[in-house]
Design a protein around this ligand. Structure first.
Ligand SMILES: Nc1ncnc2c1ncn2[C@@H]1O[C@H](COP(=O)(O)OP(=O)(O)OP(=O)(O)O)[C@@H](O)[C@H]1O
Ligand SMILES: [Mg+2]
Length: 291
């Protein structure tokens, strides 16, 4: 059961929307995994005033105005002896192939990048809640970002204010990813930039989709490590069908680790996990555009 409670008149915050979608999806996927028999997933948003923040006893968070986002579940909870490790990259209690342990380190990175804070509360068999605090954004600071007293968040934003590259494009992309939430998020992001996207959850489905299109796919974005058929085998099979096919491999593992198993002289691009939607979109644009 999903329970969403939006706070009223929330203050503005400054975040990359696609990155923040990733935060919520990662937390929601973890909550689902923690509730194999079902349960409640709760998402709440609210303003938190500086006075209220001062009352909270979260370490390291200065009293200031924040917008808080709480994501809670009624799942297994996190054992106290591992709770300090969950934000570390590659820390996972899930079976090999089920989790890479990058979900929460990505979440942590994105929250920190926006100048925010994240904390976890968990009780065995009762559930887990993640609390995210994003600094309230004051729009007028954008005009004088270097004025004394401007927050570091506003300064960071001005450094990024260079003109945005055009990341829209055309073509048909076959997206192969077994994690449904991530796949639909990335598919949506690519579609909104003008691409046609075909989704496949494993290598066999991907080959079927390519067959259905008579090979008329411009680019494949695929995980390297997948059940059924791994990335390298998929590449061989697909290039057999369409030798011109462009491929981006996405993986949490170092590139060398699988390059050895690829047939020689095969070209492919590589995007290390974790990546943001903006990074995916940029890699797609670069790979799909003829040099
Ligand atoms: N809501 C939750 N309830 C119980 N345990 C959790 C919850 N969220 C995270 N954990 C624990 O923290 C670990 C790390 O989470 P993280 O999202 O980083 O990796 P993962 O889910 O194992 O793999 P990935 O997200 O890369 O597929 C999990 O393996 C799990 O043990
Ligand atoms: Mg996870």
């Amino acid at each position: 059961k999903l329970e969403v409670v939006h706070g009223r008149d929330l203050w503005p915050v400054k975040v990359d929307v696609s990155q923040f979608e990733q935060v919520i999806v990662n937390l929601a996927v973890n909550a689902r995994d923690a509730m194999p028999e079902g349960g409640r997933l709760m998402v709440r948003t609210a303003n938190l005033t500086s006075q209220e923040a001062a009352q909270l006893s979260y370490k390291g968070m200065p009293a200031a105005d924040y917008v808080r986002i709480d994501v809670g579940d009624t799942g297994t909870g996190i054992p106290t002896d591992i709770v300090d490790k969950i934000f570390e990259p590659f820390f996972s209690t899930k079976e090999v192939g089920k989790g890479t342990g990058l979900g929460l380190s990505t979440v942590y990175g994105i929250v920190k990048q926006t100048g925010g804070f994240i904390y976890v509360d968990s009780k065995a068999d009762k559930g887990t809640s993640f609390h995210i605090f994003l600094p309230r954004h004051h729009a007028e600071q954008d005009l004088q970002p270097d004025a004394p007293g401007a927050t570091s968040a506003a300064k960071g934003a001005s450094a990024e204010a260079k003109p945005r590259a055009d990341l829209t494009g055309q073509g048909t992309i076959l997206l192969v990813e077994d994690e449904e939430g991530l796949r639909s998020l990335n598919a949506r992001g690519l579609r909104s930039r003008g691409y046609s996207v075909i989704e496949a959850s494993n290598g066999l489905e991907a080959l079927e989709a390519l067959e259905e299109k008579n090979g008329a796919v411009d680019l494949v974005v695929s995980d390297v490590v997948m059940p059924e058929m791994d990335g390298p085998s998929l590449l061989k099979a697909m290039r057999g069908r369409n030798p011109e096919l462009k491929i981006i491999f996405v993986s949490g593992y170092a590139e060398d680790a699988f390059e050895k198993s690829l047939p020689e002289n095969q070209q492919f691009a590589f995007l290390p996990k974790p990546f943001t939607l903006s990074q995916l979109v940029a890699a797609v644009k670069e790979t799909i555009t003829p040099a």
